[in-house]
Design a protein around this ligand. Structure first.
Ligand SMILES: NC(=O)c1ccc[n+]([C@@H]2O[C@H](COP(=O)([O-])OP(=O)(O)OC[C@H]3O[C@@H](n4cnc5c(N)ncnc54)[C@H](O)[C@@H]3O)[C@@H](O)[C@H]2O)c1
Length: 427
């Protein structure tokens, strides 16, 4: 099929790069968002999200006239839906954005169009949720118009490159719909394009993130076992990984972000009777901040009257994204246990956690502290020189939740070092 025009619904981390990339590859694109502030901002050339290279890509696309933005869905050859899929309080998927986006497409849907859902979604969403809405048009999916699911697997920080280079899975409600999806994405994808059915494509995305979550959970459980049995989890993992078929991931204070800590719940909710392992892995990772709290209490005793410099808040190293971050949860637990917590997050220095104080610099955060607590392996925190830090603080206890600090170097600078998953006596 030949696509002249595409409408992308949702201009966030996924939709905006996708819309701009289509536009810079010869397709006329209308980007639609329900947030009027985003639409107005983009019309004025303002880009509301940070992603390396995105600003100039969007500006090129807008200036060429190939990309326009709107709050209304126009007619187009293809519609790409990239709206959020968060979860409710009870961990069930919140499909309200997907439903409203499909309803917005409905009046513009014409015979011969293609609709692609990209949002991470529970199994059968394309068939059982999106298809019936679009078929209210009187057109039949797979016959009168094409419908497909294509998961987005880009890594924040690398989105522009991975959008083009990653292998792309396209699942159609029919084989012809999958082929139509391939024709659309082939305009810019240089990676392999693999065709399958819609529900398989939905499962692929959920299985990828669930695999990561379960594997981190076992690493976290190993950290607890190592702690109990007086060994060093980092050393045991390193040695176990010398086995040719073992690849244990690293433990840490938990799992965060809006994908890995969310998507496994979509499978648990969709089939609770079949997912005890996935459910337990989620519980293990969600409870890991409590394990960190116990480690801190063991090192410092009663936390009332103690001051802790908490270093890092993001859900993973070297990003500014704090969504579902376990580091934030650790700080809540420390505050509730009576500690005074002084926070330093180099990527979001102003972020406020109730009960804690945020500091714009390391010097201020560590001043007057009783202990330093490394919660995120940001490069600049891993590379701290313990001798210099010793000159900034009276603290002589260092606690490392991410395996980021050399115990020898910190001991040499006069610190007692406690490390997550290390049950050997700290010195
Ligand atoms: N961000 C990532 O790294 C990433 C990676 C893989 C998959 N995903 C998935 O992609 C989807 C989108 O994620 P995101 O990070 O781009 O979200 P986002 O929150 O950054 O952006 C979504 C945008 O959709 C808009 N929106 C909501 N309802 C709409 C509607 N009916 N019509 C038009 N616009 C609407 C919102 O205003 C928002 O601007 C989610 O399902 C997410 O799980 C994200």
């Amino acid at each position: 099929m030949n696509f002249q025009s595409v409408c992308v619904l949702g201009l966030g981390y996924i939709g905006l790069p996708t819309a701009s990339t289509f536009a810079t590859h010869g397709i006329r694109v209308v980007g639609v968002d329900v947030n009027q502030g985003i639409v107005d901002g983009l019309r004025g050339g303002q880009i509301h999200i940070y992603e390396p290279g995105l600003r100039s890509l969007v500006q090129d696309a807008l200036q060429s006239g190939q990309l326009t933005v709107s709050s209304q869905v126009p007619e187009a050859d293809a519609f790409v839906i990239a709206v959020p899929t968060p979860f409710h309080e009870d961990k069930s998927a919140d499909l309200s954005y997907v439903i409203s986006a499909a309803e917005m497409v409905l009046p513009s849907l014409r015979r011969g169009n293609l609709v692609v859902l990209e949002s991470t979604s529970p199994p059968l969403t394309t068939l059982d949720v999106v298809r019936p809405i679009l078929e209210k048009s009187g057109l039949v999916a797979g016959e009168d118009f094409h419908l497909a699911y294509s998961p987005e697997r880009v890594l924040p920080g690398q989105i522009l490159r991975e959008l083009v280079e990653n292998t792309r899975i396209i699942g159609g409600v029919t084989e012809a719909s999958a082929r139509a999806g391939r024709d659309l994405y082939a305009t810019f994808v240089r990676g392999e394009i693999i065709l399958t059915d819609a529900t398989t494509a939905e499962m692929v995305k959920l299985m990828e993130n669930t695999y990561r979550d379960v594997n981190i959970a076992i690493a976290n459980e190993f950290s607890r076992l190592a702690d109990r049995f007086g060994v060093d989890v980092w050393e045991t993992i390193r040695l176990a990984n010398r086995h040719p078929r073992v690849k244990i991931l690293n433990p840490g204070p938990g799992v965060g972000g809006h994908c890995i800590s969310v998507d496994p719940w979509f499978l648990v909710q969709a089939a609770p009777d079949l997912t005890p392992l996935i459910h337990t892995a989620r519980d293990v990772n969600d409870s890991q901040p409590r394990f960190v709290l116990r480690m801190v209490q063991r090192g410092l005793g009663n936390l009332h009257g103690k001051t802790i410099a908490a270093l890092g808040l993001a859900y993973k190293p070297d990003v500014d994204d704090l969504r579902e971050s376990p580091a934030v949860e650790v700080i809540h637990l420390l505050v509730n246990a009576g500690a005074t917590v002084q926070v330093f997050e180099p990527f979001k220095p102003d972020f406020v956690i109730p009960g804690a104080t945020s500091h714009p610099s390391l010097d201020e955060a560590v001043a007057g502290a009783d202990a330093l607590l490394l919660l995120v392996g940001h490069q600049q925190l891993r590379e701290l020189d313990p001798a210099s830090v010793a000159g900034l603080t009276s603290a002589r206890i260092a606690m490392d939740c991410v395996g980021g600090w050399s115990p020898q170097a910190w001991r040499a600078a006069g610190f007692t070092i406690h490390r997550l998953g290390v049950g050997k006596d700290p010195r």
